[in-house]
Design a protein around this ligand. Structure first.
Ligand code: MG
Length: 158
């Protein structure tokens, strides 16, 4: 087995609807990003890549590359999973913490876990989704953006 960690943050702004774990949160402030700005899936992909020592998201999908402009992070995740499978790994379980002062995560938590499970091809009881604020501390606490931490455990494919 292998374990990996990922982190991502994006500043609020722009006119795109906020997406976390592939789920849209209408009414929450959106983020400025080259892709869809889904910090949950971005942190998750870095955790998966980190567990396999397979580089990182920026290396795989450079933000200067026009192919990834407005990219659906679900599609990028499918590419990451294919890369892991080629190396003999599949996700066993994952755990995510969203750090958001403004967006209310609780009403969307189950949908995010279900969607992440679907994308990963694992049961929803292997996907942890948690949320916290920084209690007003720092840039995230001032509501300037949203961030996510993720850990992922890989197991060898049979
Ligand atoms: Mg990102």
């Amino acid at each position: 087995m292998r374990i990996g960690h990922g982190f991502d943050a994006h500043a609020h702004g722009g006119d795109r609807v906020l997406r976390l774990g592939g789920v849209e949160l209408p009414g929450a402030p959106g983020v400025r990003a080259h892709s869809d700005g889904d910090v949950v899936l971005h942190a998750l992909m870095d955790a998966l890549l980190g567990a396999a020592a397979a580089g990182d998201l920026g290396e795989l999908f450079p933000s200067g590359d026009e192919r990834w402009r407005g990219a659906d992070s679900g599609d990028l995740l499918r590419e990451v999973l294919a890369l892991l499978r080629a190396r003999g790994w599949r996700p066993a379980n994952v755990d995510v913490t969203v750090v958001a002062q403004q967006a209310r995560i609780a009403p969307h938590r189950a949908a995010m876990a279900a969607n992440i499970a679907r994308l990963l091809g694992i049961d929803a009881d292997r996907v942890g989704v948690k949320a916290t604020t920084t209690d007003g501390l720092g840039a995230l606490g001032r509501g300037e953006g949203v961030a996510a931490h993720a850990v992922a455990l890989l197991e060898a494919c049979p």
